[in-house]
Design a protein around this ligand. Structure first.
Ligand code: ZN
Length: 113
């Protein structure tokens, strides 16, 4: 039981964390508008939609970053892969799909229901 390769999940978490951190760094310096002097109304509408999507992405990223940091902390504490609600081992399939999860499938479903 619980014979999961923690090192592998740590690599997955660190890679995802780097990816998110890169996106955040880019957000600090907005990409200059692609529209030149010929930019028309359509360009502006597209830019507004893009900005909204970016804000929403960043909120999600913030939550995800925290979840990843918590998962890395659990790896250090040796409790990674254990459900924080019921204390049972989280299935390998679930960790493969969501490496930063802290709940087993059953507890997650109970929480949502
Ligand atoms: Zn559980």
């Amino acid at each position: 039981m619980g014979a999961i390769n923690v090192g592998r999940y740590m690599q997955l978490l660190l890679a995802k964390r780097r990816e998110l951190a890169d996106v955040r760094a880019e957000g600090v310096n907005p990409v200059p508008g692609a529209g030149g002097p010929a930019g028309d109304v359509m360009d502006q509408a597209t830019a507004d939609t893009d900005a909204l999507i970016h804000i929403r992405l960043r909120q999600t990223d913030g939550r995800l970053l925290r979840a990843i940091d918590e998962a890395l902390a659990r790896i250090r504490q040796g409790t990674y892969g254990v459900c924080s609600s019921c204390g049972q081992f989280i299935s390998k399939a679930r960790l493969d799909a969501v490496p930063w999860t802290r709940l087993c499938r059953g507890c997650k479903e109970r929480q949502q229901g």
